[in-house]
Design a protein around this ligand. Structure first.
Ligand code: DMJ
Length: 539
């Protein structure tokens, strides 16, 4: 278009020349126009449709905008490293374990455990979807989506863990749905939830730990005290089930989890503590064992998150959380001689001075719950979160590999170190990094990024193998052996929390998103005056 005014005023005295010029100008103009039209069409068809994919604003811009300042550049390159680790974990699974639940990265073949039953349900695909999406790995995401569309089938004779399937599959599918807007994820989540419902057919309504997806027959783990169901299992359904009712209008899901809450509220609690075992036939507690680690952990987490997810309207959940945490502080939280705050385990009136890697998530939970805590104790809980983060970092720092053991003691001169050989392993767990990330979001203290970076380096150095990432059997040995499992939660949680740690707070802001216990982000439900179907019958 700029060509037209360039015709010189004297050009009229050279008509032929003028005519030739006009022809070439027209030609160039035409070329430019057709290039422009092609570009427009290209953009229309090939660029991601934001209105469709961004049902909820999760701050993807942050991933796409190149950073200029040096701090941002460093952050960007840290994320590139983590992005590369995700790609390696995913590509390896894609190549050697596709469709299986997990991957054996040394043997380079599929892997599974009894929590997923005996069928190939692609646990890693479902668990990893939202991390792929958040990291902008859209081709991989599409690949996963296609597998789910074509292969994920729940009409199988397979006995699965209700808890694991809920947090990894239903949580993963719901998060993928909310992020991408693709209906298939919602449809699959609801199909699966329907298959879990028979687990609640017990005399008390406390669900069985396992259910057969085909027959609907449920039962409990053989190892659980007195045939009990587990607190952290039946108490970690609320977030996903409320979302299912919200999305489908079916009150059943909401009613099931509210029934559990009501039942627990009526029960006596020894010393104000919740035992980890509850018999679903009799409604009586099993062994009086309380922990904020395995068997108890996410029950407390979901009380707090139920409140956050309800836009802070579910005050009953908040009060239950506050009361539970108060009792935990009184009976389970202590300071070691060396000044490390730890959370022990309560066993029949006795405090065991041992803390699990799983328990380390609680630092983040305390920080997340600080705002809104009673008696203006926000500062206290943020401080408690920082102390737990510090203790858990010490458990990493006091090893040879700079990776944390499964459990560590605070006894007879020992501080934050594992004693028994079978507690020295690291299986790519996320909890310590999860706490770093929450602490970072609430304090912006650079040490949390530094600690996160130490973990990135250690994982990449000691857990990376040519066929993916593997857990290690002894974090105190300079020559560790591998356990040969790439856990699905490594992709769902560990790498996601690391990526978020080096991202801006605008990426999945905590005002709008609540992460389930498998790190799957679900949006806060701003329901206003709308009540969820089924809630009337609960009052
Ligand atoms: C995850 O599956 C979840 O975080 C769960 O709540 C307990 N821990 C594992 C990972 O360690």
């Amino acid at each position: 278009m700029l060509l037209i005014p360039t015709l010189s005023p004297g050009a009229s005295s050279f008509p032929h020349h003028r005519a030739t010029l006009r022809l070439s100008e027209k030609f160039i103009l035409l070329l430019i126009l057709s290039a422009f039209i092609t570009l427009c069409f290209g953009a229309f068809f090939f660029l991601p449709d934001n209105s469709k994919h961004k049902r909820f604003d999760f701050g993807l811009e942050d991933v796409l905008i190149p950073h200029i300042e040096s701090e941002k550049e460093a952050r960007h390159s840290s994320r590139q490293v983590i992005h590369g680790m995700m790609k390696h974990a995913w590509d390896s699974y894609r190549q050697y374990g596709w469709g299986h639940n997990e991957l054996k990265p040394i043997a380079k073949k599929g892997h599974s455990t009894n929590i997923f039953g005996n069928s190939q349900m692609g646990a890693t695909i479902v668990d990893a979807l939202d991390t792929l999406y958040i990291m902008g790995l859209h081709d991989e995401f599409k690949d996963g989506q296609e597998w789910i569309e074509q292969n994920l089938d729940f009409s199988v004779v397979s006995e699965v863990s209700v808890f694991e399937v809920n947090i990894r599959f239903i949580g993963g599918l719901l998060a993928a749905y909310y992020l991408s807007g693709q209906e298939v994820f919602k449809v699959k989540a609801v199909q699966l939830a329907e298959k879990l419902l028979p687990a609640f057919n017990t005399p008390t309504g406390i669900p069985w730990a396992m259910v057969n997806l085909k027959s609907g027959v449920g039962r409990n783990w053989g190892w659980a005290s007195a045939g009990s169901s587990i607190l952290a299992e039946f108490g970690t359904l609320h977030m996903e089930f409320v979302h299912l009712t919200y999305l489908t209008g079916n009150p059943a899901y909401y009613q099931k989890v509210m029934h559990i809450r009501k039942l627990l509220a009526k029960m006596d609690r020894p010393n104000g503590l919740y035992p980890n075992y509850l018999n679903p036939r009799t409604g009586r507690w099993g062994q009086h064992h309380t922990s904020v680690g395995g068997l108890g952990d996410s029950f407390y987490e979901y009380l707090l998150k139920a409140w956050l997810m309800s836009d802070k309207t579910d005050t009953e959940a908040r009060k239950t959380y506050d009361d539970a945490i108060e009792a935990i502080e009184r009976h389970l939280i202590r300071k070691s001689n060396g000044g490390l705050t730890f959370i022990g385990e309560w066993k029949n009136g006795h405090l065991e001075r041992k803390m699990g890697h799983l328990t380390c998530f609680a630092g983040g939970m305390f920080a997340l719950g600080a705002d809104g805590s009673p008696d203006d104790k926000a500062g206290h809980y943020l401080q408690l979160g920082a102390e737990i983060a510090h203790t858990c970092h010490e458990s990493y720092d006091r090893t040879v590999l700079k990776l944390g053991p499964e459990a560590f003691k605070f006894d007879s001169g020992l501080e934050a170190v594992a004693v028994r050989q079978n507690e020295k392993y690291y299986i790519l767990r996320p909890e310590v990094i999860e706490t770093y990330w929450y602490m970072w979001r609430f304090t912006h203290d650079p040490k949390y990024r530094q600690w996160g970076w130490e973990a990135v380096q250690a994982i990449d150095k000691y857990c990376r193998v040519s066929g993916g990432f593997s857990g290690v059997k002894d974090v105190y040995s300079s020559n560790p052996t591998y356990d040969d499992v790439q856990q699905s939660f490594f992709l769902a949680e560990t790498l996601k929390y690391l990526y978020l740690l080096f991202s801006s707070d605008e990426l999945l802001p905590l005002e709008n998103w609540v992460f389930n216990t498998e790190a799957h982000p679900l949006p806060v439900l701003h329901l206003g005056n709308i009540t969820l179907p089924g809630s009337e019958t609960q009052r």
